[in-house]
Write a protein that binds this ligand. Structure first.
Ligand SMILES: Cc1cc2nc3c(=O)[nH]c(=O)nc-3n(C[C@H](O)[C@H](O)[C@H](O)COP(=O)(O)O)c2cc1C
Length: 504
């Protein structure tokens, strides 16, 4: 079901016991982030801070913080459902390029209702301020050395001045003054390409920033759709209903009619850049201060009952892991259109997306794993993946322990590592240059004779019928007798450990 507002989503969470209302005074500086950090790390509930200081709008955090909530946010019970639908669609659409098919969605008869709908008015413009003060919004400072308060869950709407096509990206925004924001769109992102195009034309760039509304829209701003594929069309596909859009009050851009808040303004590409950051980032480190364009705000519009959505990124796992999980599941069928040999992929949280991707594949010829690596390093945002580990199709890449065991066993350091140079994520502080560095591919597949493999052993696996019978017996003997099913391999916590007498 499509949510008419962020509040409607919050109501659903509350009914399911997945929302906690925070009425205690909690500071916008550090405290809200620290509480949400804890909730995210423990798979805890979404948080609604009802009355931030200064009578500012309520703040919602950790909305996507579990697989269940991330699924509900995308109007499904589990992320595999839209992934399956997408796979079916991609297989039934006429055989053209991958993204062409997605652009064709609206033309495919029954899907016409999924395109954005243009409406005359919407709740997001119930209140209009043409001389706004951004400090009226409850913008959080999430880490102690941050350069200031940052908007962390925005949908940044821009348009390509050449083609007129819209882009919606999630790029954090630093509040620099009552009507000024720093725009952290990174070097390789679509809005940066739009900015370059406006700079070339010597024209001001209109920008609108939507906050809240149906959480599917928020997710879509983070989805790595290629330039020219409208994020709000993709949101329409997920929520099974076109996104209603209304014209901005001071910019010639359309904004989601049911969003909670919209900040409108323009970036003048002829104006000097401004200092942005530092910011406690999703790598778990601070990204250093750097120069980015400034947005001059011309209006803030909002619902009467607006809620301000926010997240905190930092040392993993965090809420954004679940947004990344949605991307992993939804983009697998799209990746498989180009690389049909791919069986599954997974991004363990410690890899913070761009540092580690595990892939399983159906290997069909010598060097196939390397072909796949190079293909991925040439594809959209996958090109920034610092470590790619490729497995055979009998490895479950969602089981990180199994993947580590198989990779460590199957790799010869001289033969199976591939190191290439190229663009890397701009947040990679280890890269020798900004946005440019080395990436490593690990071929953890079974090596064929042509690849320098010798006779290759099989992994040890019991026959399934034996496993099924013995699982039952184990349950009866162990779990049924009240013993714990699993024992932890970890050492006991230091506080509960006391040396035995005589052991020194
Ligand atoms: C919580 C969160 C914060 C993000 N912040 C930024 C950011 O500040 N700058 C940036 O370039 N990308 C950021 N990203 C990643 C982009 O949203 C992502 O790469 C997206 O696909 C970019 O869209 P585009 O391809 O339309 O440029 C963030 C993602 C998430 C989930």
């Amino acid at each position: 079901m499509a949510y008419r507002s962020l509040r409607q989503f919050l109501e659903r969470l509350e009914q399911a016991g997945e929302l906690v209302r925070v009425r205690e005074p909690v500071d916008l500086r550090l405290e809200m982030a620290a509480l949400a950090d804890r909730a995210a790390k423990q798979g805890g509930p979404a948080l609604l801070f009802e009355s931030p200081s200064g009578g500012r709008l309520p703040v919602a955090m950790n909305l996507f913080g579990t697989r269940r909530r991330a699924s509900w946010a995308l109007s499904c019970d589990d992320l595999e459902e839209p992934a399956r639908e997408l796979q079916e669609l991609l297989h039934t659409a006429p055989p053209q390029g991958l993204w062409e098919k997605l652009k064709m969605l609206p033309r495919l008869g029954k899907l016409a209702s999924l395109t954005p709908k243009h409406v005359g008015s919407g709740p997001v413009q119930e209140l209009v301020e043409r001389e706004p003060d951004l400090s009226d919004l409850p913008v959080l400072t999430t880490w102690p050395h941050d350069g200031g308060p940052f908007v962390t869950l925005p949908q940044v709407i821009t348009r390509d001045p050449e083609t007129g096509l819209r882009n919606v990206g999630m790029y954090r925004l630093q509040v620099l003054g009552p009507r000024r924001l720093a725009m952290h769109w990174q070097l390789h992102k679509t809005a940066t390409a739009h900015y370059r195009a406006y700079r070339k034309r010597g024209e001001r760039m209109p920008v609108a920033i939507a906050l809240g509304g149906d959480p599917a829209l928020t997710y879509c701003a983070s989805a790595p759709l290629p330039p020219g594929v409208d994020e709000y069309l993709f949101a329409g596909f997920l929520r099974k209903e076109g996104v209603p859009l209304v014209k901005g009050v001071t910019v010639d851009l359309e904004v989601p009619a049911e969003a909670d808040v919209v900040v409108e303004g323009y970036v003048d590409p002829r104006a000097p850049l401004v200092r942005e950051g530092p910011f406690g980032d999703h790598t778990g480190y601070y990204s250093l201060a750097d120069d980015y364009p400034a947005l001059e705000v011309t209006a803030v519009t909002r619902r009467r009952d607006a809620v301000y959505p926010a997240t905190v990124v930092g040392p993993p796992p965090m809420e954004d892991f679940w947004m990344g999980k949605a991307t992993e599941r939804l983009f697998l069928p799209m990746l498989q259109m180009v690389f049909p040999e791919v069986v599954d992929m997974s991004f363990p949280p410690e890899g913070v997306f761009h540092n580690l991707c595990l892939l399983s594949m159906r290997k069909e010829f010598p060097g196939h794993a390397r072909k796949l690596m190079h293909g991925l390093w040439g594809s959209g945002q996958m090109s920034a993946t610092k470590t790619l580990v490729v497995f055979d199709d009998d490895v479950d890449v969602q089981d990180w322990s199994q993947a580590a065991w198989r990779a460590l066993a199957n790799v010869d350091a001289r033969r199976d590592l591939v190191i290439v140079d190229g663009p890397v994520d701009v947040l990679d502080h280890a890269a020798p240059a900004f946005g440019l560095g080395a990436k490593i591919g690990v071929d953890a597949t079974r090596k064929w004779v042509e690849e320098g493999g010798r006779e290759w052993p099989e992994p040890c696996v019991h026959p399934p019928e034996v496993v099924a019978r013995m699982d039952q017996l184990y349950e009866r003997l162990v779990a049924g007798a009240g013993r714990p099913r699993r024992m932890s391999l970890a050492a006991p916590p230091a506080a509960s450990w006391t040396p035995r007498k005589g052991t020194g």
